[in-house]
Design a protein around this ligand. Sequence first.
Ligand code: NAD
Ligand code: NAD
Lengths: 206, 206
Amino acid sequence: ITAKNCVARLSRYKSALNRFKTLGFVKVFSDNLADAVGATSSQVRKDFSVFGISGSKRGGYKIDELIEKINNILGKNEVQQVIIVGAGNIGSALMNFKGFEKEGMKIVACFDTDPTKVNRLGNIQVLPIEELKSFVLNNKIKIGIIAVPDNAAPGVMEALLEAGIKGVLNFAPIQLKAPEECVVNNVNIESELENVIYYVNALQKS
Amino acid sequence: ITAKNCVARLSRYKSALNRFKTLGFVKVFSDNLADAVGATSSQVRKDFSVFGISGSKRGGYKIDELIEKINNILGKNEVQQVIIVGAGNIGSALMNFKGFEKEGMKIVACFDTDPTKVNRLGNIQVLPIEELKSFVLNNKIKIGIIAVPDNAAPGVMEALLEAGIKGVLNFAPIQLKAPEECVVNNVNIESELENVIYYVNALQKS
Ligand SMILES: NC(=O)c1ccc[n+]([C@@H]2O[C@H](COP(=O)([O-])OP(=O)(O)OC[C@H]3O[C@@H](n4cnc5c(N)ncnc54)[C@H](O)[C@@H]3O)[C@@H](O)[C@H]2O)c1
Ligand SMILES: NC(=O)c1ccc[n+]([C@@H]2O[C@H](COP(=O)([O-])OP(=O)(O)OC[C@H]3O[C@@H](n4cnc5c(N)ncnc54)[C@H](O)[C@@H]3O)[C@@H](O)[C@H]2O)c1
């Protein structure tokens, strides 16, 4: 299976292509894409060859064709249903974000232990955590987002695995154990900010 | 200057140490830390030697001493002031998060072009974007977070650089150009979720 960085670059090429399209471009060269995502043009061509994407004879790529090819590779040809666990700050920010649906990712429900957060009437329902397993099984959900405090995250991970979830995006600053066949990506906002601060201080001292 | 992954592991060791402390641990071994962050114990020892951290003679590390050493390396001995640009979903989630202050990172103000978001009375003031430059200069702010739409992000980046910002955490899904002496870390939530979906689909097909 392809390396994570390569897939991450593919989604960055896609966002750049969508931006070029809104600017009225019809065709694009690997140099344009390289500049837009901070890669080299040979990296762009290499990534495309990994996924079997080739350019036109006279050079360059037709933007519409390229977007369609990348969308197929990223599994965008069908809507991917996603659930969130934790309707707090992060959970609400994700529920309110309109950008996911444009990209074929639909947040279909959110679960929380706090009864005051339950809302069955909202655009995205917030349901009690007890209903997680039946909801995931009945709707064949494969992807979950963890947005709960670190001490609750391992328990939530177990509940998701039990319900049959195959992929998790985790915002809690804790390493989660998952079996081979479950994909876990971590976003640690605190550590990203600490990282920036470390380098700013290191640059000032040097 | 030290590699980014090494610094990122350091902040993960720190969160694990804080958790061990709340569980009543006093001492810890590199194996414990390796398990907690998903690294190997030789990687833990290697990281510590990069930063000049050594264990006690009889083996293992005193948790309090280790936390203090890591906090010094990460620049936690003084409060780091941070500003946010964009008081939308992400900006509000970051403003409401209590975890930053515990770690010596303090969000001191947020800026927005939308006059209805301005709030000079909140715990963290939301100010008009016109006041960004004077606020950053008067308060010697070095770190900024970009939480605006992708088309507004390059303009915001320029304004931050002009005001003297030295480090940026960017949530907009776009590559930002910055001079050598400015650190930019990107968090692309959309691409992280796309990445999880890609691997879940790839695993299901294989
Ligand atoms: N908000 C931020 O900007 C930010 C920044 C860095 C890290 N994080 C991390 O992201 C995670 C979420 O942060 P937040 O600010 O949204 O927290 P929050 O406290 O606002 O929300 C957490 C939600 O999870 C719910 N919850 C707790 N235990 C649960 C369980 N077992 N099952 C289901 N729901 C449960 C709570 O009721 C609450 O609604 C945390 O791990 C935090 O460390 C957040
Ligand atoms: N919310 C999410 O879960 C999520 C997920 C993926 C990516 N993102 C990315 O994070 C960024 C922020 O997303 P959001 O959901 O918070 O958006 P949002 O629309 O809720 O908030 C954006 C805020 O920025 C302000 N703004 C616009 N132009 C500005 C400028 N030039 N200067 C100052 N303020 C300006 C707007 O008035 C608004 O308050 C976007 O780039 C988005 O693509 C967000």
